[in-house]
Design a protein around this ligand. Structure first.
Ligand code: AMP
Ligand code: TRP
Length: 326
């Protein structure tokens, strides 16, 4: 049965292979046989205090081009900018009034981000409510994301349940769709997830120059953090996890046998990973290079926004009636 799929990604810098293998690949696959809606969540990006207006404007467009290069097809999916559909903000407010303050204080991502900065804006605290609004505005039942978003999805389900029990059955409870690459770790510090916020040495950009990718793979941390009870250090486990995503099974099994026999050379493992990774990314990188001149990306986004808005307006009509605002 066709599912209504929704997912979002923040326009904060370049896409990395964690985003790609963790989420975007699933976005692309799900376009076949489902009703797919993908949003560049620029309202969410405003929670990052270092987001500069001119950069945000460019980043949204660049991300749209990246997503098209990855295989998001605007004929199959609705692709749009969140802020082109202000109903997101309206529903966010209403849902905030059914969300539990206590639940929001327990969100790990909020706690981690808040602990790292001196000034914590209210938007950062409300981030999961806006995310719930994104999903529920389209009554999506499935949400392809990486593992770090599972807690936010649980919160979205709780919010949907509270709304439904207070105002009557309105929203489905959205389920995450997690893929094989749902948690890719940093090559420089395999105890933390690959992310843009940790700095360039912690992620591999999808469009990064080949030489720079080679250098990062070669210098991946391997031996640190191995406890006596573990067979594999977190760094080596991460290299295997990545290799599994890009190389044929025989190749991975060969390296696993070497590892079990105690004769694995990390240099060879890294070389193989680099080669297969580049081969896996090549089609996306080539498409992206051609898209540089694609002049119609603004039209693609405008058309996406129009279609998204038609659905969003419908939901808001219903929500306003349910809560007594019309
Ligand atoms: P973000 O860049 O934080 O907006 O994330 C966009 C999507 O990529 C979300 O679905 C995340 O869960 C996913 N993602 C981000 N980092 C990783 C990672 N290191 N491993 C797997 N998925 C990730
Ligand atoms: N919080 C998500 C992230 O950082 C991005 C996001 C915003 C999202 N709204 C969403 C993901 C709705 C899924 C559904 O990755």
């Amino acid at each position: 049965m066709a599912m209504r799929i929704f997912s979002g990604i923040q326009p904060t810098g370049e896409l990395h292979i964690g985003n790609y293998f963790g989420a975007i690949q699933r976005w692309v696959e799900l376009q076949h046989g489902n009703d797919t809606i993908y949003s560049i969540v620029d309202y969410h990006a405003l929670t990052n205090e270092d987001t500069v207006p001119a950069e945000l404007r460019t980043a949204r467009r660049e991300l749209a081009l990246d997503l098209l290069a990855c295989g998001i097809n605007p004929e199959r999916s609705i692709l749009y900018l969140q802020s082109d559909v202000p109903e997101h903000a309206e529903l966010c407010w209403i849902l905030g009034c059914v969300a539990s303050y206590g639940d929001l204080t327990r969100m790990t991502q909020f706690k981690e981000k808040a602990a790292r900065q001196e000034f914590v804006n209210g938007g950062l605290f409300y981030y999961p409510v806006l995310q719930a609004a994104d999903i529920l505005l389209y009554k999506a039942d499935h949400v392809p994301v990486g593992e770090d978003q599972v807690q936010h999805l649980e919160e979205a389900r709780r919010i949907a349940r509270r709304f439904n029990s207070r105002f009557g059955e309105t929203f489905p409870e959205p389920e995450p769709i997690l893929g094989e690459g749902a948690r890719i770790m940093s090559l420089a510090d395999p105890e933390r997830k690959m992310s843009k916020s940790a700095g360039p040495e912690h992620y591999i950009g999808l469009m990064e120059p080949e030489e720079s990718i080679r250098r990062k793979v070669r210098s991946a941390v391997t031996d640190v953090g191995l406890t006596p009870s573990q067979e594999m250090s977190p760094g080596v486990a991460n290299l295997f996890a990545l290799l599994e995503l890009v190389a044929p099974r025989e190749v991975v099994e060969g390296f696993r046998r070497d590892h079990a026999a105690g004769k694995l050379l990390y240099r060879d493992l890294k070389e193989a990973l680099f080669t297969h990774l580049m081969a896996a990314l090549r089609p996306v990188r080539e498409r992206r290079a051609k898209l540089v001149s694609r002049g119609d990306v603004d039209e693609v986004l405008a058309h996406g926004a129009e279609r998204a808005r038609a659905i969003a307006r419908e939901t808001m009509r219903e929500v306003r009636a349910r809560v007594g605002l019309d």
